[in-house]
Design a binder for this molecule. Structure first.
Ligand SMILES: Cc1cc2nc3c(=O)[nH]c(=O)nc-3n(C[C@H](O)[C@H](O)[C@H](O)COP(=O)(O)OP(=O)(O)OC[C@H]3O[C@@H](n4cnc5c(N)ncnc54)[C@H](O)[C@@H]3O)c2cc1C
Length: 376
């Protein structure tokens, strides 16, 4: 069987692997990308494509803001099919208690230089007339945006190829490590650097990494142009994203350029089948209708599921895996991998090529979670 050699091999052509390959190729690294499926077929095909700054922790804020700014820089060069729209996010406050969270978030973002606008009940209704009456208000974050993730991944892969990268699709990787990538057809690729960007499947290739599958459901409607103008997320979303044990749903809707409305979202641990769970779907749609009653009679054209790669501390794993000096990780992005793909690629490539990162990388290093494997 043949044996190819590269400086770096990226396993996984989701948006994270695509961004890493593109960034490595830009820096002159001879890189190949391998995926058992097509480009952007995993969580990338299932995700919502909300490019969002989040502040659950300072570390999460740093990576999401850095990445969002990289998307903004990239925006003029993105093809139409990526459907990038800077529509802004409105964090919807249902009651006065949630308005307290609006104030906290506004102050935090202001300190970090992120523009926001506090909306009272009337202004919220003016901006989004289809929200139910009686909402307390919200926080508009105008620099957030949305895009169509599989096309964004394809754009990044195509740019990597123009920069000299190689791509092998339909090639299942059985094992990685010690500078070797073994494929199911019996062939092998050798590389000084191997990047595990296999998303929620990353632990199958690097046993011991603490990434769990977190299932999510989405629904897309028929075309209703003008119905929705911003990505709307309930402030209760944070409770849903933080819940570590139970199944949760939250109101999270996105306007697509086609006029369709993408409705999310759910979170489940321990559900590893791809099937749509009707009970979860019903809860999710019920929640959406509580916020936007006019969604009720709309026709839905498709529903599907996908798996987020969740880590215990809710931060991704980006950098060398201490147990193997050829191995780097770029996984564990949970519900933010579309947003943080570009920042991930930058700081991963910085570590590989020895350049100075623009943000602190320590919070994302796999070594934080791998002490026992180093000494094992
Ligand atoms: C319902 C839902 C909504 C989401 N919404 C958002 C959002 O609004 N904004 C946001 O930023 N993020 C969102 N996310 C998260 C985002 O989709 C993921 O974080 C992101 O797509 C992860 O990309 P990835 O490249 O790491 O993984 P993936 O896209 O899963 O790619 C991994 C690739 O590795 C390949 N692979 C795996 N194992 C092997 C193997 N053994 N051999 C060869 N190839 C292999 C797979 O075929 C796949 O192509 C959402 C996720 C879900 C599920």
């Amino acid at each position: 069987m043949s044996k190819e050699t590269y400086e770096a091999v990226v396993v996984g052509a989701g948006i994270v692997g695509a961004a890493c390959a593109d960034e490595l190729a830009r820096r002159g690294v001879q890189v190949a990308v391998v995926d058992r499926d097509i480009v952007g077929s995993g969580a990338t095909a299932a995700g919502m494509g909300h490019i969002v700054v989040m502040d659950d922790s300072a570390e999460q804020f740093a990576l999401t803001r850095y990445s969002q700014q990289l998307w903004q820089k990239l925006r003029p060069g993105l093809p139409d099919g990526v459907e990038y729209e800077q529509c802004g996010t409105i964090w919807v406050a249902a009651d006065e208690e949630e308005m307290g969270e609006v104030t906290r978030k506004r102050e935090y973002y202001a300190k970090q230089g992120v523009p926001t606008e506090v909306l009272d009940s009337q202004r919220l209704k003016h901006l989004e007339p289809n929200l139910r009456d009686g909402m307390a208000g919200g926080l508009l974050v105008p620099e957030d945006g949305v895009l169509y993730p599989p096309c964004a991944a394809l754009f990044l892969i195509e740019r990597a190829l123009e920069r000299g990268a190689k791509l092998r699709l339909g090639a299942s990787v059985l094992q990685i490590g010690q500078g070797r990538v073994q494929l199911s057809d019996g062939s092998e690729i050798s590389a000084q650097i191997i990047v595990n960007a296999a998303g929620a499947c990353a632990p199958e290739l690097t046993p011991g990494i603490e990434v769990k599958k977190r299932k999510g459901h989405l629904v897309i409607t028929d075309r209703y142009p003008g119905f929705l103008r911003h990505q709307l997320v309930e402030l209760g979303y944070l409770k849903s994203a933080h819940s570590v044990s139970s199944d949760s749903v939250a109101f999270n809707v996105q306007p697509r350029r086609t006029g369709q409305i993408l409705i999310g979202s759910s979170r489940q641990y321990g559900a590893e089948d791809k099937d749509v769970n009707n009970a979860i779907l019903a809860r999710m749609l019920q929640r959406a209708q509580e916020y936007m009653p006019a969604l009720g009679p709309m026709s839905a054209v498709r529903s599907w599921t996908g798996f987020r790669a969740a880590t215990p501390d809710k931060l991704p794993l980006i950098g060398p895996w201490p147990a193997d000096k050829s191995l780097f990780l770029a996984t564990g992005h949970e519900g933010l991998g579309i947003t943080t793909s570009l920042g991930t690629a930058r700081i991963l490539a910085d570590q590989i090529t020895g350049e100075k990162p623009e943000i602190l990388i320590e919070p994302y290093l796999p070594s934080r979670a791998a002490k026992e494997h180093v000494h094992a």
